[in-house]
Design a protein around this ligand. Structure first.
Ligand code: HEM
Length: 130
């Protein structure tokens, strides 16, 4: 979200005009470095969030709350990455950029709640052992 805010405020939104990769393929370039970093972090974050959700559903100790927040985080991150493509396609249409920011906030909230619930689960397990 921090890098996204920088991309937006510095007017670099269309510095990488292609999708899904920038003109240099997987490699960064001076011309679109900041936007490349934004996409690289989005891809890394997306993979970690999806892996967390798979882990939550495979863990027998997971309760309903963490299942809901992690699943919503996965839905929001996939929506957000798809929306990123639309933002580029629509040449930074204001409504789409505003929705991109809104989904980013929801995604942050769900990720934070998932982390809080995971720490609670770990603490309850330690207390149960004592
Ligand atoms: C985890 C995924 C992502 C998150 C959390 C995220 C978050 C953000 C945020 C918070 C902003 C600033 C919005 C504003 O200031 O109004 C932004 C801007 C932007 N994002 Fe993302 N983003 C993600 C993925 C992507 C992807 C995959 C693309 C694909 C191209 C993308 C393209 C853009 C562009 C072009 C802008 C600048 C819009 C402008 O110039 O006004 N984002 N992003």
């Amino acid at each position: 979200m921090f890098i996204g805010g920088y991309v937006s405020a510095s007017g670099l939104g269309l510095s990488c005009p292609d999708w899904p990769l920038c003109p240099n393929g997987l490699l960064p370039d001076d011309e679109f470095f900041i936007e490349w970093v934004h996409r690289f972090i989005a891809a890394t974050t997306g993979s970690l969030i999806i892996a967390t959700t798979v882990g939550v559903w495979l863990n027998k100790r997971s309760d309903g709350k963490i299942k809901i927040t992690s699943t919503l985080a996965t839905v929001f991150v996939i929506t957000q990455i798809t929306l990123g493509a639309l933002v580029i396609e629509a040449k930074l249409h204001a409504v789409l950029v505003a929705i991109h920011l809104g989904i980013g906030i929801l995604l942050f909230a769900m990720t934070l709640l998932t982390a809080i619930f995971a720490f609670r689960m770990a603490r309850q397990q330690v207390i149960a052992k004592v």
